[in-house]
Write a protein that binds this ligand. Sequence first.
Ligand SMILES: Cc1cc2nc3c(=O)[nH]c(=O)nc-3n(C[C@H](O)[C@H](O)[C@H](O)COP(=O)(O)O)c2cc1C
Ligand code: SF4
Length: 447
Amino acid sequence: MPQVKVLSKRYDEPDAHTLEGYTRLDGWKAMKRAFAQDPAVLREVVKDSGLRGRGGAGFPTGLKWSFVPQDTGKPVYLVVNADESEPGTFKDRELMERDPFQLIEGIICSAYALNSPRSFIFIRGEYLFPGIRLEEALAEAYANNYLGEDIQGSGFSHHITLHYGSGAYICGEETALLEALEGRRGQPRLRPPFPAVAGLYACPTVINNVESIAAAGHIIEHGANWWKQWGPERSPGTKLFCVSGEVARPGNYEFPMGTSCREIVEEACGGMLPGRNLKFWAPGGSSTPLLTDEHFDIPMDFDSIAEAGSLMGTGAMMMYSDKTSVVEATLNWIRFYEHESCGKCTPCREGNFWVGQILERMLDGRGRPEDIDTLDELADNIFGRSFCALADGATSPVKSSIKYFRDEYEYLIQRGRLPDHITPHAGAITDNAQSNRPKMMVGVGHV
Ligand SMILES: Cc1cc2nc3c(=O)[nH]c(=O)nc-3n(C[C@H](O)[C@H](O)[C@H](O)COP(=O)(O)O)c2cc1C
Ligand code: SF4
């Protein structure tokens, strides 16, 4: 399937990030269309479109909006999740950098549909340039009455607050995000109550990903059937796929849902790097179970990926070749999860630490025959026994790498080194004598 540019259509226009450029390039049509309709009708349009959230879980956006009570007397808040810390995911960054008004217009349309007077963009603290682009766009929007009171004489008023996170992956989890927005330590909240009923400041709150809200604007402009022209019935629309790893041209590419992984990699990315063949890949970021070269042709949509045993996640395709060690890659990811665990639950806090220690010991050439089963068991004791999905996600690379590449683990344990065709990455080692990997902990925690 060829690329289709809906969300990325203005990416190559040098002034798309300015109000003048955005207005010239078809901007504000969605907003005008929204203001001409009843908010309840717009909520139905988004529901009918079948748009599924682009932040990872794929929950239908219109259905989420329908859970928000409209008659509580409290304000409805819209929170845009721009935390984007899932390894491999960089689509929201580009959306905000290259076309910030598209997001602002999507917010105005969504907020109008939800009768929301104020929204919050929670942006990853490290996203300085996208933040600057958004700040500039917000200032221009306010100065020209695209935000504020009585927007363009419509009678609808809306304010956007841009809030910088402080660089914690867990703050992307929606309830931890709300805690952080309210000024507390970012740790997930117990549900129920769900944010739709009691979210930010105990008010009804909708939390959506940047790409979801940007897409909602287009759906409100063009209608549900227009969105459904792309993709299979249960995964309609286009999607920004962020492809990284050992491909010739990594980047964000927009394709209809259901386009195969092979088509995206070969057509848009120029294939794998010269001389490298696909070995394993994560279809939706590091928290989604790994797939192999046997899955190269699966369609990139929620159901097809689930049938193949993984998850669509954020659509972040991380591609690895036969020169890469899956054990090393897994350790790399586990170090991330270990570092980012908020510490609230023992299985997540301690379990990921021990998984990392065992993987590291193996790569140092000191693996034990029972290690593979211990890793598998540890992952089982983390999955489903912790408070939030961070812990479940952390088990994905462990379980799936053992499922598909048990022989590589066995080789490492038996020979104390990686197979010769694998090129160890910086900081990686093939035998104990060469070990230069920094130890996380010496003494009590070191196995
Ligand atoms: C550990 C963790 C991190 C997350 N990080 C993000 C994130 O950075 N951006 C995001 O949109 N969703 C993230 N999510 C998912 C959100 O909790 C939530 O499902 C999403 O923002 C809902 O938006 P959507 O329905 O538009 O996908 C994360 C979830 C978890 C468990
Ligand atoms: S699973 Fe991990 S990140 Fe989530 S609440 Fe528990 S300790 Fe925190």
